[in-house]
Design a protein around this ligand. Structure first.
Ligand code: ADP
Ligand code: MG
Length: 290
């Protein structure tokens, strides 16, 4: 085990024991993620930063739900509050119908195992091989050696990196690293996958291939995905639902096509205008557009 384990990955460190946590998919009409009245303020020496100012969010089973907004609008804080990496000051989070905000540390750790997460900068363990990275959450869950070996191979095949199992992260491209991170996030059969800017550090072609992979996983496994990004085009390709965050509040939400065709909030209009401007080149005149 590496000397320092990122908090995101150490969530389920407690052995499973005899505790039963209901982490099974809810009835189809129950939302997979349900956040109500989330507030979060960070106190820094200089000021109080209000990151979330009353967020209500529902993500249905099987949705690929985009959460967009300008930098600083609260997207990452919202994701971190959904899996309780960050404690909201007020509000509740239900995952698969189970209230997560009231669970004690141990039960929360068990529930969190069922919440996979991927990041912009992958957060792989550099000293572990690809196979060992994917195996990590299974080791934490105290799975047997045979099961781990079989599962690692299965996951590597799913994300298309079977030939890299003995390689180290430093020997991989960005796209391959994100595939490893996705495989690792799927290891414990999560009920939801949270993605924080997972394609934002990748070139367009690699972004496209990762989006294809996520879409395939969503279709094949019915996996619910909450996908945070500042890139509108990515949401257009990947998501069916979208919410626009603005200053810690949901400014608008709805079907992706509807919101993009007819944005109603200031942030929605500005995001759509900027994305259109980039595509049409209207923001640029020989590089002098901004
Ligand atoms: P986004 O992901 O949309 O860029 P964040 O959720 O990271 O936005 O941040 C929302 C606001 O909260 C920003 O103003 C940010 O500076 C602030 N913030 C986030 N995390 C912390 C923290 N740990 N301490 C202080 N301020 C924070
Ligand atoms: Mg962020």
């Amino acid at each position: 085990m590496p000397a320092t384990i990122p908090e995101e990955l150490s969530a389920g460190l407690q052995p499973a024991g005899a505790i039963q946590v209901q982490a099974v998919p809810p009835a189809p009409d129950l939302p997979m993620i349900q956040a109500r009245g989330l507030h979060k303020t960070f106190a820094t020496p200089a000021q109080q930063v209000r990151a979330l100012a009353g967020v209500d969010l529902e993500v249905r089973k099987g949705d690929i739900f985009g959460i967009v907004g300008f930098s600083g609008s609260g997207k990452s804080t919202l994701l971190r509050c959904i899996n309780l990496l960050e404690r909201p000051d007020a509000g509740t989070v239900l995952l698969a119908g189970q209230e997560a905000t009231t669970l004690d540390r141990r039960h929360l750790g068990l529930l969190r195992r069922k919440v996979g997460m991927i990041f912009q900068h992958f957060h792989l363990f550099d000293a572990r091989t690809v196979g060992e990275n994917i195996a990590f959450p299974l080791e934490i869950a105290k799975a047997g050696r045979r099961h781990i070996e079989a599962r690692v191979e299965e996951l590597a095949a799913l994300v298309g990196i079977s030939d890299k199992l003995k390689a180290y992260p430093g020997q991989l491209s960005g796209g391959q690293k994100q595939r490893v991170a996705i495989a690792r996030a799927l290891a414990n059969d999560p009920i939801v996958l949270l993605s924080d800017e997972a394609t934002s550090a990748l070139d367009p072609e690699t972004t496209w291939s990762i989006l294809q992979l996520l879409k395939d996983i969503n279709r094949q496994m019915g996996l619910t995905i909450a996908f945070v990004t500042h890139e509108l085009d990515v949401v257009r390709v990947l998501c069916n639902q979208v919410a626009v965050l603005e200053a810690g509040r949901i400014a608008e939400r709805g079907e992706v096509g509807e919101v993009f065709r007819n944005p109603r909030s200031l942030a929605g209009v500005r995001l759509v205008e900027i994305s259109r401007g980039f595509r049409e080149g209207s923001l640029f005149t020989d590089g002098g557009g901004i």
